[in-house]
Write a protein that binds this ligand. Structure first.
Ligand code: DX5
Ligand code: ZN
Length: 217
């Protein structure tokens, strides 16, 4: 399949968020990546339901919501109501990860699990058959604009093997430090969804950058 590109709105200009959303709407991007941070699971706070609802009201592509929050189970339904189409939770934030994944699916969303750079890939072996996607963090979560961690390539290959064995339909998403220089290598390593924040919104021509991230390659 052709890989997907999800610009991260964390790097958008919040003084003209509508303009940046329209830019993504008319670009070759496939969905919006929406980062929710609670100041507890990660050392930063981003935004919550009211902003997501407003994004949803003008977004013409699905919202891929990445929860960097403790106790996400409490809020799964509320994120659906706010407009999430894809919803991912970090491995260590769910006491009963299988139930959380099932609940996300029951609510009508694609369900994903997220691994931090230090999380062993094998931790998720038994949940892989149940998820729609796995998000591999290629930076430590909490901030945009960080450097891509090179060991991610090896992790992608490890995950791609488990995917082949246990759930060939599952998608692999990579988030953090993705740009036009590493996109092609990531896709050839097995990535299906590229998340890109600063490399898109800090570029001179974000629409052209999105197009370069899409390839073809
Ligand atoms: C980081 C977030 C990312 C962030 C990526 O915790 O999960 O989605 O927006 O930003 P860049 O692409 O700038 O590394
Ligand atoms: Zn993210």
């Amino acid at each position: 399949m052709q890989h997907l590109v999800a610009p991260s709105l964390l790097a958008a200009n919040f003084l003209h968020l509508e303009k940046d959303i329209q830019l993504v709407n008319r670009s070759r991007a496939d969905m919006f990546h929406v980062d929710v941070m609670d100041g507890n699971f990660v050392p930063n706070i981003s935004f919550g339901f009211s902003i997501i609802r407003q994004i949803k009201s003008i977004a013409e592509k699905p919202l891929d919501v990445h929860l960097m929050i403790s106790h996400p189970d409490i809020y799964l339904e509320e994120f659906r109501k706010a407009g999430a189409d894809w919803l991912s939770v970090h491995y260590e934030t769910c006491d009963h990860l299988h139930s959380s994944i099932q609940r996300i699916k029951e609510l009508g969303m694609k369900a994903g699990v997220v691994l931090n750079p230090h999380n062993n890939i094998d931790l998720i072996r038994d949940i892989i058959p149940y998820v729609d996607y796995v998000l591999l963090m290629s930076v430590n979560p909490g901030f945009g604009g960080q450097h891509f961690i090179e060991s991610t390539y090896r992790r992608i290959e490890e995950l791609a093997k488990l995917k082949q064995e246990l759930n060939p339909g599952m998608l692999i998403e990579v988030d953090g430090g993705v740009d036009v220089n590493n996109a092609e290598k990531l896709v050839s390593s097995g990535v299906n969804i590229l998340v890109a924040g600063s490399s898109v919104f800090r570029s001179k021509d974000p629409e052209a950058t999105i197009s370069r991230l899409k390839g073809p390659f």
